[in-house]
Design a protein around this ligand. Structure first.
Ligand code: GLU
Length: 282
């Protein structure tokens, strides 16, 4: 049975792009006689706000989207993610990183754009780490790609892949080799939050039995690193369907900063859910 989900972060009001994503996943589930789950990804204590969660539920109800089973709110399950992080740590797959964004940028120097995102700063020398720890300095836990490769072995590392039933931003479809290197040594537990997006997301996809991840192409790159985490944890790799991103009249994709296109404002301006659903028909 097809099981999919909509997993918004309550960091702002939903806009048309979210509506398109939610409708695409919901419709796929309903057409397949499957299940559609709603998950609130509220692990970022600074950016997430309860009123935005309420607003998400209100906007989805207005759109006519229903979901199966209870809503899963990630902040209620921090212990689950901590256990997964402990497991990875016990296998030597994570290292402490005390560096700031600026430290990493300085170390990269004038490397090409995107180098920060793909950074692999590596563990601190043992004496430096001990001293930073003793000073009580905050640190994140990063996933070591070198160690992951060692743990999996060359054959498994080079056969990491996923099935794309939609398309990536460059039309990638079918079985896609996963390239976790492009994400670098990602942070899985942040200085300011117990867990980072990649880990919480794949943990829940596995726990909730998600068979199909249906989401926007903006998350296509994230899939590469998520497949590695799933493999390291022995979790199933769902099928992916990345959908196109909606663009506004100016040709730019919808984003939270474009407050004029929130669903709430459209509603206030007299747009009906039927109008919007017709416009966004996936
Ligand atoms: N919470 C993520 C976001 O709002 C989406 C995660 C996902 O669909 O995998 O961008």
């Amino acid at each position: 049975m097809l099981v999919t989900r909509f997993a918004p972060s309550p960091t702002g009001r939903l806009h048309k792009g979210h509506a398109f994503s939610a409708l695409t996943a919901w419709q796929a589930a309903r057409e397949a006689g499957g299940r559609f789950l709603l998950r609130i990804e509220d692990i970022d204590p600074i950016r997430c706000r309860p009123e935005f969660e309420d607003a998400i539920l209100e906007d989805l109800a207005w759109l006519g989207i229903d979901w199966d089973g209870p809503v899963r709110r990630q902040s209620d399950h921090l212990g689950d993610y901590a256990a997964a992080i402990d497991d990875l740590r016990a296998r030597g797959l994570l290292y402490r990183c005390f560096r700031t964004r600026k430290d990493i940028l300085d170390a990269i120097g004038d490397a090409p754009h995107g180098a920060l995102e793909a950074a692999r700063p590596g563990p601190h020398p043992a004496d430096e780490e001990a001293s930073l720890l003793a000073q009580g300095r905050p640190f994140a836990w990063r996933l070591s790609l070198d160690r992951a490769r060692e743990v999996l072995g060359e054959a498994a590392w080079s056969s990491l892949s996923f099935v794309e039933e939609g398309a990536g931003p460059d039309g990638e479809t079918g079985r896609i080799p996963a390239r976790p290197e492009t994400a670098g040594d990602v942070v899985l537990a942040r200085k300011d939050a117990a867990v980072a997006y990649h880990l919480a997301c794949v943990h829940d996809d596995a726990l909730q039995g998600v068979t199909h991840v249906i989401r926007g192409q903006d998350l296509f790159e994230a899939t590469h690193i998520q497949v590695l985490i799933q493999t390291l944890m022995g979790w199933p790799i769902p099928t992916y369907r990345h959908h196109r991103l909606l663009t506004g009249p100016d040709g730019r994709r919808y984003a939270k900063r474009d407050q004029s296109v929130t669903l709430a404002e459209m509603r206030a301006a007299g747009v009906t859910a039927a109008d919007l659903r017709a416009e966004l028909a996936p």
